[in-house]
Design a protein around this ligand. Structure first.
Ligand code: V0V
Ligand code: CO
Length: 142
């Protein structure tokens, strides 16, 4: 069902500073920056690798305000790993199967994610304390 680690999401207070850190220390390439109002974030994707299964990235997340998922996370836990995004070829089928297994779905239907992807989150309390995001990119399933 899972095809790759699409991205590791990292909560930060200053997006520009953290982009510069990953570019200068690891030589990563910035592939996209977007504001996602629905998710309450300004975010950047930096590519780590690419294969037939698709890209793997670091996603840097700066909250648009304190009362957003990433804003609350920063207040409670500080900067650090916020979620892991896994690639799937059919997000609707994956959600149906995972939901039937008893894991709470934070999104029963996919939402708009970075770079034209469809995304959906699973409850961290049902996934070993890890917030998991499913990601179907426009090229997944080709
Ligand atoms: C909260 N909890 C976490 C967590 N955030 N555990 C692990 N990882 C996280 N990131 C824990 C929290 O400590 C509580 O545990 C418990 O979950 C319930 O928390 P809550 O008080 O309900 O906290 P809220 O109101 O902050 O909500 C948490 C959830 C929320 C996960 C429900 O953040 C959410 O719906 N997230 C999905 C959307 C999202 O994160 N969007 C931003 C990325 P205790 O204290 O009770 O033990 S957007 C993105 O990645 C995009 C667009 C993309 O394209 O990739
Ligand atoms: Co993400």
């Amino acid at each position: 069902m899972l095809t790759r680690i699409d991205h590791v999401g990292i909560a930060c207070r200053n997006l520009a500073e953290k982009i510069a850190f990953y570019e200068s220390v690891f030589g990563l390439r910035l592939v996209s920056t977007e504001i996602n109002e629905q998710q309450g974030v300004r975010e950047a994707m930096l590519q780590v690798s690419a294969s037939a299964a698709g890209m793997s990235c670091v996603q840097l997340l700066e909250p648009l305000g304190p009362d957003t998922p990433v804003g609350k996370f920063l207040a409670r836990r500080g900067e650090g790993i916020h979620h892991v995004g896994y690639g799937v070829t059919d997000i609707a089928a994956a959600l149906a199967s995972i939901g039937a297994g008893g894991v709470r779905l934070l999104d029963t239907r996919p939402r708009h994610g970075s770079m034209g992807a469809s995304v959906a989150f699973l409850h961290p309390k049902d996934a070993g304390g890890v917030l998991i995001e499913l990601v179907q990119t426009p090229s997944d399933g080709d």
